[in-house]
Design a protein around this ligand. Structure first.
Ligand code: 13P
Ligand code: SF4
Length: 349
């Protein structure tokens, strides 16, 4: 992957990307969705990219699927669809355009390719990984299966295609409890997130056993810090993602997927809320909820933050980097993901 400065100078040979107040004014309708967190002067830097990306998307017959952790200029400026992992996977099955530009991390792009193999799936930075996906291989799945013979393996979508192919079914943070409860037998193996598994175990009727992976963003939150926040501000609502430790989840007023968190804040409109998840969640929904005060701190996902407007434009310009999945692995992985989607739909999730 080229450095951002190199990408910028190569792009400048083809597009006028100099900051422009005129272009900022021309995209005021988009800017209005993010004006609480981005100044107009800053938007003048993004606007030329937003204009070119949206133009090039049409030319290339491309659609941008973006995760809720994308920065606001991507989330509001160039995404055609935004969502959590489950929504993105379902959307990938419905895309009609020939090209999917996945603005998120590699496992999300791989999932889109698995579910819609005739499409060209691009990721603006191939090195946008995930600590969970990196924590387990197909050999790891065989290892844990040998420890619990006959127990079904439920793998989080935050895994590689090889791991999905070696699993019985996938789950996301939106459906994990229901998927585990729907498995046959008393013992269910969950990989690779130990904290998601422990949080599911607390709500499930199954004996849940797990792999010892973790998310480097969510594991940073500490229950004692949240308690200190609540002591200094008793009215604050604390909302956590289930990749946090059970101790953190125990301090939360609500726990859910990134979509679940957004819906909860929309529904309850708390005067003050702390989103115990990735930073962009609060900035993306700030303008939709002017009455809500979003308290910091938050933690950045270094993988998600590799996706930038410069790299999205470069990706569409060069039609790179293309995500390829071995067809044999893809067809096995598809079974695990489709099983999850079908079960989720039948359970109305
Ligand atoms: P969601 O499925 O809740 O969007 O989570 C994906 C993720 O990677 C969170 O860290
Ligand atoms: Fe992976 Fe955690 Fe980043 Fe989500 S926030 S992509 S789980 S490292």
């Amino acid at each position: 992957m080229l450095a951002t400065n190199e990408i910028k100078s190569l792009l400048a040979e083809h597009y006028d990307l100099t900051p422009s107040m005129e272009k900022a004014e021309a995209t005021r309708d988009i800017y209005a969705k993010t004006k609480r967190v981005i100044s107009l002067a800053e938007w003048a830097v993004y606007a030329p990219y937003v204009i070119e990306i949206n133009r090039l998307k049409k030319e290339r017959n491309a659609v941008v699927l973006a995760h809720n952790y994308m920065t606001p200029e991507i989330y509001h400026g160039v995404a055609d669809f935004v969502g959590d992992s489950l929504q993105l996977a379902i959307k990938a099955t419905e895309v009609e355009e020939q090209v999917i530009v996945q603005c998120g991390v590699h496992f999300m792009a791989e999932t889109s390719k698995i579910l819609n193999p005739s499409k060209t799936v691009l990721i603006p930075d191939m090195s946008a990984g995930c600590s969970l996906a990196e924590s387990i291989t197909a050999e790891g799945i065989a290892e844990i299966r040998a420890k619990y013979p006959g127990a079904p393996v439920v793998s989080y979508v935050n895994t590689t295609a090889e791991v999905k192919a070696a699993s019985d079914i996938c789950c996301t943070s939106a459906n994990a409890v229901q998927i585990v409860d729907a498995m046959e037998g008393n013992t269910v193996i969950m990989t690779p997130d130990q904290f998601l598994a422990q949080n599911v175990a607390a709500q499930s009727k199954k004996n849940v056993v797990w792999w010892a992976g973790s998310c480097i963003v969510h594991e940073l939150y500490k229950a004692e810090d949240l308690r200190a926040y609540r002591e200094s501000d008793p009215d604050i609502k604390i909302i956590a993602h289930p990749e946090c430790t059970p101790e953190v989840v125990a301090e939360a007023d609500f726990t859910g997927s990134t979509r679940g968190i957004i819906d909860w804040v929309h529904e309850h409109k708390p005067a003050k809320v702390m989103l115990v998840t990735e930073c962009s969640m609060a900035t993306n929904i700030s303008d939709e909820l002017p009455e809500v005060d979003f308290a910091k701190p938050c933690n950045l996902c270094p993988y998600m933050k590799k996706i930038t407007l410069e790299k999205i434009l470069w990706s569409l310009h060069t039609m790179s980097e293309e995500v390829v999945v071995d067809p044999e692995i893809a067809s096995k992985a598809r079974l695990a993901v489709q099983r999850m989607i079908e079960l989720s739909k039948s359970l109305n999730i």
